[in-house]
Design a protein around this ligand. Structure first.
Ligand code: FAQ
Length: 311
């Protein structure tokens, strides 16, 4: 009965085993996973837009092929994640409706504009770098379908991060103007990348419960620190300056001290008031509406196939 089911759930989680779609789970666990996985899926799909902006203006055939492959990977990630969310009993169409009506969130980072080609490199380096830091621990998430989706996604994100860094290394070996482009892109993306990890621990209402359920494995601040520690030496190697005057090695802690992100800005962007929120959602809405005939045709085809099977 119910208490036994709850006990079994707790035991599976405590033993580091996986909860699977047909297992009993607390309703709040299900709701938390739907919220997080849907937001994650939406982020992948909306996340195609900032870089997609440069597909037709890539500086060479090689750069265009790489960027196209990356954007296609992101579409794939979105699809695995929607499929993982569907195992929890929601419908992908409904999730998309919730995204375009503003009832579900997506990552704040994708509400900033991409102003030059160095932004493509910086997104790979910093945004995919932050995504990896945040997502590697999710490979051990207690919910099986999400954990398994994360394994492949993380492998592809690593390739994305490397392509970004390689692009930036190339620009840094170029002209003075190219080096300035890289620095400008780093100045604009550094703080928003730190905000990807979410509010500071004191203002993060979901962390404690998600950690108890072993959905999250680390707090937002722990992962942010890990990202800063990983990224500072990479910035030095690249030859760029991170725009934080408070960045300082802390011998005692064995980590980098850094300044406070602008939390008001994060709240504003999450609320829909970032520089590109309106554009991102309206592009997604138009794509969804323009794709209606494809969904109708696919559903009709499936219906006819089924009818034939019954003949
Ligand atoms: N943006 O209590 P917490 C990618 C919301 S990577 C917007 O700390 P939680 C790859 C949060 O949802 C990006 N909203 O929440 C790529 C909650 O609101 P709610 C996607 C944010 O869930 C690269 C409220 O604030 N990655 O796409 C943000 O415990 C390049 C309170 O926050 C993931 O989604 C934010 N930055 O921790 C693609 C990873 N931060 O729902 C293309 C999976 C917080 O209660 C190109 N998600 N909020 O109304 C997670 O790890 C977690 O959900 C966190 C937030 C860490 C994002």
């Amino acid at each position: 009965e119910a208490p036994e089911l709850a006990e079994r759930f707790e035991a599976v989680v405590a033993a580091e085993q996986r909860i699977e779609p047909r297992d009993w789970m607390p309703e709040a666990y299900r709701a938390t996973l739907i919220r997080q996985i849907a937001q994650h899926a939406h982020s992948e799909i909306i996340g195609m837009q900032p870089e997609g902006n440069w597909l037709t203006r890539a500086p060479s055939l090689r750069r265009k092929a790489i960027l196209l492959a990356k954007a296609q990977d992101e579409a794939g990630h979105g699809l695995y994640l929607y499929a993982a969310a569907e195992t929890l009993g929601v419908d992908r169409g409904d999730l998309t409706e919730r995204l375009i009506s503003g009832r579900q969130k997506y990552s704040s980072i994708f509400n900033y504009p991409t102003l030059n080609y160095a932004d493509v490199g910086v997104i790979g380096w910093l945004v995919d770098g932050a995504a990896i830091c945040n997502q590697v621990p999710l490979c051990r998430c207690s919910y099986g379908p999400y954990a398994r989706a994360m394994v492949r996604i993380c492998k592809e994100e690593s390739f994305h991060q490397r392509q970004g860094y390689e692009l930036l290394m190339t620009l840094m070996r170029g002209t003075e103007a190219q080096r300035r482009m890289v620095q400008d892109a780093v100045d604009r993306w550094w703080w928003p990348s730190l905000m990807m990890f979410g509010p500071s621990d004191g203002d993060s209402p979901n962390t404690a419960r998600s950690m108890a359920w072993r959905i999250k494995r680390h707090t937002n601040d722990e992962l942010r620190q890990r990202f800063v520690d990983m990224t500072v030496p990479q910035a030095e190697h690249l030859g760029v300056t991170l725009p934080d005057p408070e960045l300082r090695w802390n011998e005692e802690r064995g980590g980098w001290d850094f300044g406070e992100p602008d939390w008001t800005e994060l709240q504003q962007v999450i609320k829909g008031n970032g520089p590109c929120n309106e554009q991102r959602v309206s592009v997604r809405k138009a794509a969804h509406e323009n794709g209606a005939w494809v969904r109708e045709a696919a559903a009709e085809y499936a219906r006819k196939q089924k009818e034939r099977e019954h003949d």
